[in-house]
Design a protein around this ligand. Sequence first.
Ligand SMILES: [Zn+2]
Length: 374
Amino acid sequence: MNRSLKLFSVRGIDLRLHITFPLILGWAALQFGMIFGSLNGAIFGIAAITILFVLVTLHELGHSFAAQYYGVPVKQIILTPIGGMAQLMRMPEKPLQELVIAIAGPAVNVVIAILMLALALSSGIELSTLLSTTGRLAGATPLSLFSYIFISNIFLAVFNLLPAFPLDGGRILRALLALRLDYARATNIAAAFGRVLAVLLGIYGLINGSFFLLLIAIFIFGAATQEARATQVSHILRGYTVQQAFSRSAFRLQPGYTLQQAANMAAYSRQRSFAVVSGDQLVGFLPHALLQSSLRTHPPYTLVSDVMISDIHPVTPELDLHVVQQRLLSEKLDALPVVSESGRILGLVTLRQIVDLFRLVQSKPPIVQGSPSA
Ligand SMILES: [Zn+2]
């Protein structure tokens, strides 16, 4: 997560650039520099890729704004050499909402294509020129740059609409299936499509020597498998609430404790994260990772209240466990404090407890092969 650089933020969504991003710029400069055999070619390549990623960002903002419209918070958009990713804090509740969120990205590219086409036609450039003037034929001119962007933008929309999970088309497919089928089953079908497409894409990439396609294929395969599994977990956890998993006897810290005392308590109790309480009211939270990093950067007599997260959103016992699981994963926490409606501290719910409950629910009851002894 820290391997990215924040550029700016829009409507509370951070736009971040992955540290490997300069690779694609270098690749483009080299590639186009060789095609055109000049410095102009290299500049053309960098300009083309930069504009292409502006289009990718607009595409991701399309998804993000649609998500926000349905009340789904968006954490950030990350740009990597193989594309952009809008990270939603949770999945939308209804299949129809997922459908709209998935369509909103490619829809942005369709609008851009129409605007570019209108601009080209009004400037007297014909469609055939626009489509045939690839950079290779016309040299590193503004017109070939315009044409390159026009074609790439259409490619973006079409590629993302392939019905392979986790591409937008796969999400649309899952949402459509989920209107009729059980959500987990719909996900499995969409993920299977995703894996088949990934393998085909990978083979095509290998035959044509396209390292880039191979990378995308590996990404799609991994993401399809991972998201299908996560959906299954939350599906199995459906119907269970925090009440059934959380620990009421979890150790607590007080704001006046020092980091050393907190570290001692962690070692003694083997508990990783702690609610910080004053009386019976929750005032903060000290997750494992924060305690560890604070011990490195602060003297041991620093007060817990100086480093704790003081605006942590606790959970209530009535909350669905799959919602908590999604939150823990997306916020990269291993536990969350549990409070009553009135804000009174009740305990801690941990990822470990959720995994244990999941295993318990998932495992079939043992078959008793007893033979009567009498
Ligand atoms: Zn998309």
